[in-house]
Structure formats: structure tokens, C-alpha cells
Design a protein around this ligand. Sequence first.
Ligand code: F6R
Length: 271
Amino acid sequence: MNVVIRANEDEVALYAYDLVRDRIIHEQAKVLGLPTGSTPLKLYARIAEGFKRGEIDFSDVHTFNLDEYLGLPEDHPQSYRYFMEENLFQFINLKSENIHFLDGMTDDIGAECEDYEAQMDELGGIKLQILGIGRDGHIGFNEPGTSLNSRTGYVTLTEGTIADNKRFFAEDEDVPRWALSMGVGTILDARELLLLATGANKADAIAATLEGPVTSMCTASALQLHPDVTVVIDEAAASKLKNTSYYKKTADDSEAMAKYLANARRKAGLE
Ligand code: F6R
């Protein structure tokens, strides 16, 4: 895993923006996986600014969001579809037919989730999946205890999540108790993963993800099994890591390695 530690949230967003822009410019198949939540907000703001400056073009990009609440229509202010419109989609030139979202109002959950995965397959799979992480180590809505092989499906929200959401709803009975989410296995199918985390309240989850055992009790720990992961975190989120000096040493050292090898080959008369 490539672990990049930056001073603060702004630096994390800047690094993530450069990576996303690079992949959109250089990858032929442009299929992005996106999270909601507070973590990606600064990245989305940078993408919107970058689009305005003409640095990034979404005209042939497809997006798949990780999750959606069950029982909320897309125009509900608490729906994740609404969140994406407010914070990103309205600012860029993504075609509406290229926005892929789980339908929280579906009358056939099984078919909806199967179809979502089929849409990803048709496009050759997600090339870059961006992720946030919950304080309990969840990715998508995959709460502790979810199988690390899980596919897109419905998930039962924890009492904590339900309680946190109550303030957004007039009626208690309207608060979502379930959500639809890409599974951990679905997330691991993406060609490349980019996990973002900022703030001291994510420090335990980041330590468990990077340095703990691979366990369904911290679904983000499954990232240890993926061959191409970049984790971009600020100093606060990195504060409980033990292997920090090695991460700092290895981050972005490919240029130094190439120089060293070229020199060694020259000395050995191979170049
Ligand atoms: C949301 C999602 C979640 C969040 C996580 C962190 O689409 O996938 O896993 O990334 O709950 O949320 P924030 O960023 O609000 O701390």
C-alpha cells in the first residue's frame, strides 16, 4: 500500500485531486467510484474548481456511487444522490446518463443490486474507487461483521447511525433503517483504490485498517488484500500508526529508485 501522510485536510484534498485528474486524463476507460460524507467535500470542491479552470473533463466519465439510503427518493435532501448533486455533479460536465446510482426507492432490491454490478461489468469495471472510512472502519455501508466477500446488496444500519440521522427527519418512522451499498468484494474489484481520511477521530480506524489484522470487524482492513491502494491521510488521522517512518520513506520514492537502478546498470556496463 502506498501511504501518503500530509499536514492537513487541504493537503490531503490536493494530493487526491492530482491523482484523480491524472487518472481521468491518462486512463482510457474512465469509470470512477465515489463516496459521500464529509471527507471528500474538499476534494469535490477542488474538482469543481479544476473543471472551471479547464483542467479536467468529465464528458466521457462514468461514476458509480458507493451507497444510498433505502426509502429515500433521489430528490430527498438527505439522499446521497442529492448530496452528490449539491456538492459535485452540478459543477461538472458529467452526462446524466453516465451517473450510476443505487435506487433507494426500488421495489426489487435483488434486481436493483444485480443490475448495478452488471452496469459496472459492462463498462469494464471501476478503474478508480475513492473511499472514506467510518470511525468503526467501515467502507461504503459495510459495517463491522460484514463479509469481506460481500457484493452489492442491502445493509442494516447500526443503532448509532440511525440515532445520528434522527435529527434530519421530522418523523421518527421516516429515518432510514437500511441502505443499499456496494459490498466489500465489489469495492475490491476496482482496479485502483484511493482511501481518504482526516482528523483524529479516524486515527483508530486508520491504524486498524493499515496495521491490524484483516478482519470483517474492520471492513476497510480488506484493502490490505488489494494490489493497488493509495491511502492519503492527514497527520491527525495518522497519529496512531506505528510504521510511519517506513511509509514516509516509501511514499513517492519511485523516481529515486529508478535513478539508483539506472546508475547500477551503467556501472555494470548494462547501459
Ligand atoms: C459514504 C460512505 C461511508 C463514508 C464514511 C465516512 O458514501 O461510503 O463509508 O465514507 O462513513 O464518512 P465521513 O467522511 O462523513 O466521515
